[in-house]
Every structure is written in structure tokens, then in C-alpha cells.
Design a protein around this ligand. Structure first.
Ligand code: ADP
Ligand code: 5GP
Length: 236
């Protein structure tokens, strides 16, 4: 999905990226510079992380999607550069050799990875990035950059409902759905590695919780880098 990280807009200042220097010109403290964050949504396949991700991207202009590269073939309707960068095995090998990935993993017989692109530069400029990745990718991202990472695990209300959602999505064969269901328990077993956990029963209620998490994390003191000159001036 849309990473923009490697190709476009990387490092462009997000809406939150005004400098802390001009607060004296009548700007509110809301506009002080802050460091961006890496917002990770993980779940067993079918629990709703793509749905929640799309809602978040639509509702919040300060976060953009990190688009992964994958060796999986595109599903109907998926667009190269928006949903994924669809690459050959040879191309993926080359990217691994050239250390182009923040993290990568084998999932369902294919490889998936997060191109580093300009994520690091974007973070400095106040850009937030959304990641729809599994527990393996989450662990690797945490190892590389724990301070910027915010992790949220999305649980289905039940395994029966998870199967209904996978079937209702209409994208996978019965065999693939069986494989995803077999894998669901193993994926759920990683829930305790996440800082936040939400149950996606009613999608609107779940989405509201996800937004509250994002809003609160943006206000962490350590992320509000523009606060330092602001407070210094208050105390002068
Ligand atoms: P994931 O990205 O975790 O694999 P999706 O977001 O593709 O899951 O959701 C799987 C299916 O379940 C989709 O058809 C989606 O519309 C549906 N869905 C997502 N959240 C809910 C919900 N809270 N209630 C009912 N159906 C949902
Ligand atoms: P799908 O084939 O359904 O799009 O994705 C299958 C799984 O791969 C999902 O659980 C998804 O979270 C995971 N995935 C997608 N992109 C990445 C990535 O860049 N890194 C890792 N580690 N997992 C990913």
C-alpha cells in the first residue's frame, strides 16, 4: 500500500512539521514541531487491519502508509506502488543484498519487506507512517527503532467470526482460508508483545480506540520536540 517512502514525498514535511521557532507569531502550541512515529497495526489475517488502516488514512492527514515490497502475485484490483511493490524473487534478493529493507520476512510462501526509503528523514520532519505488518516484522522494527514504534494488535471477536470475514472478503480460495485459520492461533499468541490491544467487534468503536491511541502517542513529551524552545521561552 502506498509507500511513498521510497519514491515520492519522502522527507516532505507533514502537516505537523512546522518548526518550533515560530510559535511566537500567535501560533498555538498545537503547531509546535513533533517527531513522527511508526504506527504498527497487526492482526491475524481477516481480523480487520486493512479496513482500520484505510479508515485511518482517510481520516488523518498526518499519517501515510508504508508500502511493502512482496514476491506475492497481485490479487485482483491490487495496484503496484499502492498496495505493494510487486517484485520478482531476483529483485527481492537484490534488495536484501543492498540492505534496502528496514525488515523483511517469509509469510505464506512469499517474502514481504519494508523498504527503508526515506522513513528516517520523514520521522524527523514530523511524518507518521502506518504499517500493516505481522509480528515478525514488528519485532524487527522494534529492534531497529524502538523509540519511534507504536504497536497495536487487533483481535477478532471470535475465530468463527474470523472465518466468516475471510470468506466474506471473497479474495482467497478455501485452501488459502484454511491455511490462514491454521495460522491465526499462532499469530494471536504474539498479542502480548504489543503495547496496545483492541478487539475489532464493532468496526467504528474499534476505529475510535485506534485513533485515541494515535492521538495520545503524538503527545508524548519525547515526541514534542518543539516543546523545548516553547517552554524555554515561557520560563524566560
Ligand atoms: P485483514 O487486513 O486483517 O486481513 P480485512 O480488513 O481485509 O482484514 O477484513 C477482512 C474482512 O472483514 C473484510 O471483508 C472486511 O470488510 C470485514 N471486516 C473488517 N472489520 C469488520 C468488522 N468489525 N465487522 C464485520 N466485518 C469486518
Ligand atoms: P497479504 O498477502 O494478505 O497481503 O499479507 C500477508 C501477511 O503479510 C499479512 O499478515 C501482512 O501483515 C504481512 N506483511 C505485509 N507486508 C509486510 C512487510 O513488509 N513485512 C512483514 N514482515 N510482513 C508483512
Amino acid at each position: 500500500m502506498g509507500d511513498t517512502n521510497t519514491s515520492s514525498g519522502a522527507g516532505t514535511a507533514g502537516p505537523a512539521s512546522q518548526t518550533g521557532a515560530d510559535h511566537s507569531a500567535g501560533n498555538s502550541a498545537d503547531k509546535l514541531h513533533r517527531r513522527g512515529l511508526l504506527f504498527i497495526l497487526s492482526s491475524p489475517s481477516g481480523a480487520g487491519k486493512t479496513t482500520l488502516s484505510r479508515m485511518l488514512l482517510k481520516a488523518d492527514a498526518e499519517i501515510r502508509l508504508s508500502v511493502s515490497a512482496t514476491t506475492r502475485p497481485p490479487r485482483p484490483g491490487e495496484v503496484h506502488g499502492e498496495d505493494y511493490y510487486f517484485v520478482s524473487d531476483a529483485e527481492f534478493d537484490r534488495m536484501v543484498e543492498e540492505d534496502d529493507f528496514y525488515e523483511w520476512a517469509h509469510v505464506f510462501d512469499h517474502r514481504y519487506g519494508t523498504p527503508k526509503g526515506a522513513i528516517r528523514e520523514g520521522l524527523k520532519n514530523g511524518q507518521d507512517y502506518l504499517f500493516d505488518i505481522d509480528w515478525q516484522g514488528t519485532q524487527q522494527l522494534k529492534q531497529k527503532d524502538d523509540q519511534d514504534v507504536v504497536t497495536v494488535f487487533v483481535l477478532p471477536p471470535s475465530l468463527d467470526e474470523l472465518r466468516r470475514r475471510l470468506e466474506g472478503r471473497g479474495q482467497d480460495t478455501d485452501a488459502v482460508i484454511d491455511a490462514r485459520m491454521d495460522r491465526a492461533r499462532a499469530e494471536i499468541s504474539h498479542w502480548a508483545e504489543y503495547k496496545y490491544v483492541v478487539v475489532n467487534d464493532d468496526v467504528e468503536q474499534c476505529f475510535a480506540k485506534v485513533r485515541e491511541i494515535l492521538h495520545a502517542e503524538r503527545m508524548l513529551r519525547k515526541r514534542q520536540t518543539g516543546m523545548i524552545p516553547f517552554v524555554r521561552e515561557l520560563m524566560e
